[in-house]
Ligand binder design. Structure first.
Ligand SMILES: [Zn+2]
Length: 357
């Protein structure tokens, strides 16, 4: 009898522990080089009027302009401010005591994505070249856990991600740029045809097609972890096209909202999936013209942001942080949301506990 009660106690203890973490699936989305300044402040009133960067100031002002910072950000990112800020958390508004930084000194893409997913700002990862990443990433770590094998997928616009996530070693399904979508569903066949026939204005697959490939894969194959990596914001910023940078950011916010509605309509995901949105690096700001650029020598380029929505994340909106957070904390946080403990290959970094406590 004693053994029976002990058995019951162990079962109820493990059930109550499991209830602390409702997250069973993860959706990660990145907006390449998207500045925290626009995420929290909307369209920059100076850059919007600067003819060097904004061809049609009238249209941009009508779409995204306002005297009020809070109104501008709501117009640019309606999902972030209408849903995530109400039911989830946002980090990185430096004007309100919330800081998130690159720990790596390079402040460009591969080192940033390496830091996000491997939890370590590796000084050996310091170029955007197509080099197979030697570091273990948290997605492949999750893919080795029970119930997650073969159920991790990444859809990316930029064609360096197969190397960053080392698909040859990691076992993650990584579909980038115009990798053929070899899937036998009508939607994925159509997207595959479209990606080979589009004009590629930024020389890689449109973010829109990356998004729909990811969404339709999710609906058909139900991955436990899905990563979608958008790229257009960085490309248009480098071109100095502030209007198109804003329009891409706004469109991506809409796609993220559509993805959230999709998963909340599916029993496999509803109320047991956490969405995390972030960026690989920031861009210049103090020297106004440097908004187009980033990298080691650009002031402010290491300033980033994180947004989270899910069943384990308290509805706190903008979270003030007593000390700066770092990009390297995202990998252990992703693992912790699923109840796993991820230790990077080198160094250590703790999860952001306020995301799931
Ligand atoms: Zn860039």
């Amino acid at each position: 009898m004693k053994i029976f009660f002990l058995f019951l106690f162990v079962i109820s203890a493990s059930v109550s522990f499991a209830q602390q973490h409702k997250t069973e699936n993860l959706i990660v989305v990145t907006l390449d080089g998207m500045r925290w300044q626009e995420v929290f402040g909307g369209a920059d009133p100076v850059l919007m009027k600067d003819k060097r960067f904004t061809h049609d100031s009238g249209t941009v002002a009508a779409l995204f302009g306002s005297e009020e910072r809070t109104e501008r950000r709501r117009k640019l990112f309606p999902f972030l401010w209408g849903t995530v800020a109400v039911r989830g958390q946002l980090y990185g508004d430096r004007l309100s005591g919330s800081e998130v930084n690159n720990a790596n000194p390079y402040k460009f893409s591969y080192p940033g994505y390496n830091e996000i997913f491997t939890g370590y700002p590796d000084s050996g990862v310091n170029s955007n070249d197509k080099i197979k990443n030697p570091n273990t990433n948290v997605l492949e770590f999750i893919g080795k856990q029970k119930g997650y094998q073969g159920r991790i997928a990444a859809f990316t616009t930029w064609d360096v991600f197969p190397y960053i996530l080392n698909r040859w070693r990691s076992g993650i399904y990584v579909n980038s740029d115009v990798d053929t979508l070899k899937f036998n569903t009508p939607a994925l066949k159509l997207i595959n045809d479209m990606q080979f026939l589009e004009a590629k204005p930024i020389d890689v697959r449109l973010d829109l097609l990356t998004y729909f490939a990811g969404r339709e894969y999710l609906k058909a194959y139900k991955p436990r972890v899905l990563y979608i990596a958008f790229d257009e914001t960085d490309d248009f910023a480098h071109e100095g096209a502030y209007d198109q940078y804003l329009k891409s950011a706004h469109a991506e916010d809409g796609m993220i909202g559509d993805l959230w509605n999709t998963i909340q309509s599916m029993p496999e995901y509803r109320n047991k999936t956490t969405l995390i949105i972030t960026s690989d690096h920031g861009r210049g700001d103090q020297i106004k013209e440097q908004w187009t650029d980033h990298g080691e020598r650009i002031l402010d380029a290491g300033h980033i942001w994180i947004a989270v929505l899910g069943p384990d994340t308290k509805a706190e909106g903008l979270v003030k942080t007593p000390a700066p957070l770092y990009q390297k904390q995202i990998a252990p946080t992703l693992a912790a949301l699923l109840g796993f403990h991820f230790i990077p290959d080198h160094g250590t970094s703790g999860p952001i506990q306020s995301i799931y406590h």
